[in-house]
Design a protein around this ligand. Sequence first.
Ligand code: ADP
Ligand code: MG
Length: 250
Amino acid sequence: MANKENNQVLLEVKNLYKEYDGKIALDQIDLSIHQGEVVVILGPSGCGKSTFLRCLNGLEEIQGGDITFHGHSLTQKDVEWQHIRQKIGMVFQNYDLFPHMTVIENILLGPEKVQHRDRDEVMKQAEQLLDRVGLLDRKDAYPRQLSGGQKQRIAIVRALCMNPEIMLFDEVTAALDPEMVREVLDVILGLAKQGMTMVIVTHEMGFARSVADRIVFVDFGKVCEIAGPEEFFTTPKTERARQFLNIFQY
Ligand code: ADP
Ligand code: MG
């Protein structure tokens, strides 16, 4: 992939420190995410990946360090998170669509109620996005009528319809049956091709290798290694990363 490290820094994490009840979850995390860059975070269960993503969009309080978005600190008291979160989209493992609302109602909710956008304009965008993920014909379906893979693609569309500048994905395929993993990963690959800035936590190693500009390997709440995907998967520098990759037989 093209070198994006010369691009403008969108999100910058400096010396991030986070604990839960005195137990360290993240320690001395430094990471700059550049415009258009795809950063994949790898690491064993419990190493702090979800906590890190949650810190990035203000779902967790941090005890030290700073996070800046477009150069503005997100750790000040007066940060307007409702505004920032529209710019930092997030999709979780368990699609959290509202069960009593149709697909299109789920998608329009944020743009209409939070962003106060014009319904016709949002509808047009929503339909384009649904078409792009191959689900335009399901727009009036209810979540219960969809497969897990379809629900997860809708959750991605819903986040995209807010026009975020960066997308965070936390193991979005981990709860899916194997045959549905591909269709969701392909949507994310498509976003990467279009230049969307993304931070992705995944255990799909082949996908990580193909989508990432940089791999960040985290262990025990610390960044252990940062490398390009080819370098990381062929010649990891740390013993911990080698052990981790062995588990996935990479
Ligand atoms: P990962 O996503 O890499 O599996 P997490 O970020 O979920 O890891 O968790 C990192 C560490 O923080 C773990 O030790 C976990 O038990 C702990 N942790 C996560 N969330 C909470 C919480 N809400 N309260 C207390 N401890 C937590
Ligand atoms: Mg997690």
